[in-house]
Design a protein around this ligand. Sequence first.
Ligand SMILES: C[S@@+](CC[C@H](N)C(=O)[O-])C[C@H]1O[C@@H](n2cnc3c(N)ncnc32)[C@H](O)[C@@H]1O
Length: 282
Amino acid sequence: MTTKITTMADVSKRSIQLHYDLATTFYRLLWGPHIHHGLWESTEEDNPREAQLTLTNHLATLAELKPGMEVLDIGCGMGGSSIHLAKTYGYQVTGITLSPVQAAWARTSSWWKGAGKRTRFLRQDAEEASFPIDSFDVLWSIECTEHLFDKPGFFKRASQWLKPGGKLTICAWLAAEQPRTPQSEELVKQVCEGFLCPSLGTASEYQSWFSDAGLTNVKFEDLTHRVLQTWEICKRRVNKTGVRYLAPIAGQDMNQFIKDFETILKAYREGAMRYGCFLARK
Ligand SMILES: C[S@@+](CC[C@H](N)C(=O)[O-])C[C@H]1O[C@@H](n2cnc3c(N)ncnc32)[C@H](O)[C@@H]1O
């Protein structure tokens, strides 16, 4: 059975690319080399850099990756995950991103950090990319599938790139399961508009997209309460640091951006949104 999702926000591929082309420096200064939530054990801790790596390592442990594996990092940003995976675990990583600025950034950063020989970065649209069948041991994606327009179609295509026995591992922003209240629906819509996501899938939609793509042993872990702190820290940082002055250069209206941080926090707290990771096998 194929699940069709509705488009929640009026977003174009061009606007997503432009956003990451312009805002990458802003994200780097605000948050660090990873553009994804941090993962915390407790609300006492306040080290986002560490928390970003905790999330990356959590996913690597979940996927039981082994040295020498071929990994495709889908929506690789500045190469945060790709470089970490190549350096720490010895994987060969190909990273793809919609943004040519990010691809160049990731390439430079990888050489600078000594992982150049184990990584390559391409400016490619994940919904149009084509790789030979059975070419990767792992498909890895942190917070990119939110931006995809045809999520079920993407998983069908991408699963062909996986070797038999290969693994798909993903972290994603999720909409709460149906039925949702009109207020929850509105919050998810505002998050989609603010963060340029055509739609957010629910955990069960993701699970059915994996199954429809021929992937099995689908596991899901809800991490919502361990990532929430991300947005409190971002709010504090934009309010207190000079990074706010960069926002207009990065094409961001700072007041709107802070409102978007508040909206996502509200969406998580009121149960309109969840955050989770998935693992599936071919
Ligand atoms: C929130 S960032 C996450 C970056 C990275 N995974 C990380 O964790 O640091 C979203 C990423 O998805 C990428 N992206 C969005 N739509 C994409 C598409 N259609 N094809 C490839 N990359 C895409 C963006 O360019 C950006 O790099």
